[in-house]
Design a protein. Structure first.
Lengths: 377, 79
């Protein structure tokens, strides 16, 4: 089996991550609730994980890192917590439904205005559109860091400068890039970064978070047990507790800490270079195959994701054939990214997405190329 | 058997992160004290507090300020 669905989740993980989760399941009490040794073990691991996440994204204070169960939850907390009636938010056609659906719901239920910077028929944004959409009631710009379909990057430095110039919050969905490339929220003027732990970060599913550049006023999505201020009727207005009601996924966070340490030891630039080498090797070869259309810029600097179609064949047919006959695992269909599929004209056909990770090899890529050549001709 | 009541220096924190940063720093530098549940007689942001002997108060104040560690209040209380 060749696993090329890393944009959905990392199937293969460092052994250290697995060991950390197994150990956590017999050693971690409930963090932040008591000072007996097992509870403190949990608190200490989560504290270290918070600090590692902060360091990864150049966040100045670990308490501005709030853990969630995934990017979708992080984005829902942020989007629902920040905007109210009359606010205007700018986003893009590249977004995943984890951004789109919370925005659509706010548009319907809270009368929040939402506008999108459009993608062209090759999935590219016109950056001048961001400024032309800004209005007096614009509160924020929300973009993905990389399309989960084409892998094309959003120039976060450029958008961050626009947001800063106009006094807007800049919120970034780093689902496809956290762990795959260096992200510096200070340098890029990213006010809020939402990430998941189980993709390029190679941590367990059920981990993710929100990283704030500085404290903002935000209404929590969940309220409840926090281990502190028991007699207050309101959720404590202290980061990270404000956004962390209930027991955290301590076992998962222990695994995430192990993956962060593994990535730190390996070098994020080393991981990035390896994944880019595989992506370029694959892209340059499949582009030459007659009958295959590759979507997006095919840039040498992107998320390690490639979307393609073979003639007019349904992407699900191709993906199923690759899996059943050749043991190559990909993802087909709409990828929860409706606007970019519409822009590319692939709404009906979908696309076959190949996504590479640290544990893939050149041999995996070459096998996939040969199989694509074989089934296309 | 429970100990007799005694006066301690107790430091509270705005959040758990600050309390754990205190613990990590003190352990590394051999500074006296340990984390305890915040005493019910104290209202503070965080559920953890740092407890040390009463006579450690001045040393702890110097240490915390020197290191730039976050805290809420420093108490001298009987526990």
């Amino acid at each position: 089996m060749i696993y090329l669905d890393n944009a959905a989740t990392s199937l293969n993980r460092p052994q250290e991550v697995i060991d950390a989760v197994v150990k956590a399941m017999t050693t971690m009490g409930n963090s932040g609730r008591s000072t007996h040794e097992d509870a403190l073990t949990s608190s200490r691991i989560i504290f270290k994980a918070r600090r590692s996440v902060a360091a990864l994204f150049n966040c100045q204070a670990p308490d501005l890192v709030c853990f969630t169960h995934n990017s979708t939850e992080a984005l829902n907390i942020v989007i629902n917590g920040l905007f109210s009636s009359g606010d205007h938010v700018i986003s893009t056609d590249l977004e995943h439904n984890s951004v789109l659906r919370p925005l659509y719901r706010l548009r319907k239920e809270r009368n929040v205005e939402v506008e999108f910077v459009k993608a062209d028929s090759n999935g590219q944004l016109d950056y001048s559109e961001f400024e032309s959409l800004i209005k007096p009631n614009t509160r924020a710009i929300i973009t993905t860091h990389a399309s989960n379909l084409t892998g094309d990057l959003v120039d976060v430095d450029r958008v961050g400068k626009i947001a800063e110039k106009h006094g807007l919050l800049y919120i970034v969905d780093a689902s496809q890039t956290a762990g795959a490339r260096i992200i510096d929220i200070e340098k890029s003027n990213i006010d809020i970064l939402c990430f998941t732990g189980h993709k390029a970060l190679m941590g367990p599913q059920g981990t993710g978070g929100i990283v704030f550049r500085k404290s903002v006023e935000i209404r929590p999505w969940n309220v409840g047990g926090t281990g502190i201020q028991t007699y207050s009727e309101e959720q404590p207005a202290i980061f990270p507790t404000l956004l962390e009601a209930g027991t955290l996924n301590g076992h998962g966070i222990a695994g995430l800490l192990a993956s962060l340490e593994w990535i730190n030891n390996t070098g994020i630039d080393v991981i990035h270079d390896h994944e880019m080498e595989l992506t370029e090797r694959f892209t340059s070869a499949v582009k030459q195959i007659e009958g295959i259309k590759v979507y997006g810029s095919c840039s040498s600097d992107k998320a390690p994701v490639v979307a393609l179609n073979i003639r007019d064949i349904d992407s699900g047919v191709i993906s199923a054939e690759l899996a059943r006959t050749y043991g190559i695992e990909t993802r087909s269909g709409g990828h929860c990214a409706p606007r970019i599929h519409r822009a590319l004209g692939t709404e009906k056909q979908g696309a076959v997405r190949f996504s590479f990770g640290w544990f893939n090899t050149k041999k995996d890529v070459d096998t996939a190329i040969e199989v694509l050549k074989s089934i296309t001709h | 058997m429970l100990k007799e009541k005694k006066v301690y220096t107790v430091i509270t924190f705005p959040n758990t992160t600050a309390a754990l940063a205190m613990e990590e720093s003190c352990k590394a530098d051999g500074v006296a004290g340990e984390l305890i549940p915040v005493p019910n007689s104290i209202t503070a942001g965080c559920g953890f507090a740092w407890q040390a002997a009463e006579e450690e108060k001045d040393n702890l104040v110097l240490y915390i300020t020197g290191k730039g560690l976050k805290f809420s209040e420093i108490y001298t209380i009987e526990l």
